[in-house]
Design a protein around this ligand. Sequence first.
Ligand code: 6PG
Length: 237
Amino acid sequence: MHTSLNVTTHSFTDCRAQAAALAERIAERLRTALTERGQAVLAVSGGSTPKELFARLSREKLDWAKVRVTLVDERWVPDTDERSNARLVKSLLLQHAAAAATFIPLYTADATPEAGLAVADARIDALSLPFDAVVLGMGDDGHTASFFPGGDHLAEALDLDGHARVLPMHAPDAGEPRITLTLPTLLETRALYLLVAGEKKRDLLADARLGLGAAQHYPVRAVLTQQRVPVAVYWCP
Ligand code: 6PG
């Protein structure tokens, strides 16, 4: 285990062990929330990395009927689209024991994230944050959630003093328009996890943390350098 400032890194020799460890950790968090507050709220990323985590977490025994699950970001596509993060979460996480959980989508049927923003914002507002756990991922370009380099609302989304809970995001490498929770919203959490795989991302993360070279501009750096919530990185090769 390696610790630096606000970031603790848990490294695993295989990705199944990484997913199992994080699933257990999150399940513990959710159980604690249920015991202490009678409800729990979890926000997860899409992408390919969390698939094994979702499969494991879905079989954890806890009172999922009292758990609400939402996304840290979403691609602006309906949940019938294979790029949809909602689709991923429904097909892998909200299965088995976790099928009883309530899913709170960010996508609305509106044509654009701008048009759906007020509804998405109200859905997040209704969760009465803090989250019990937030799971982030990271792209090869240093994006996390939908904080993409060159994103049209990037500065606003990363503003720790900003008041927006949710923002649209358009970026050259984002594929489609996105909607994302802002950094201050993601930091309203009792636990923050960053799930990454591969040596390339390990190196990128180290550079981003230290602000070396191009990595000083990677959006993920904002997560790594903030001092509001400790970040637990879960890494596997
Ligand atoms: C999304 C995600 C995004 C993701 C990274 C990493 O909707 O794209 O929420 O932020 O976590 O792109 O994705 P991979 O796990 O596929 O590398």
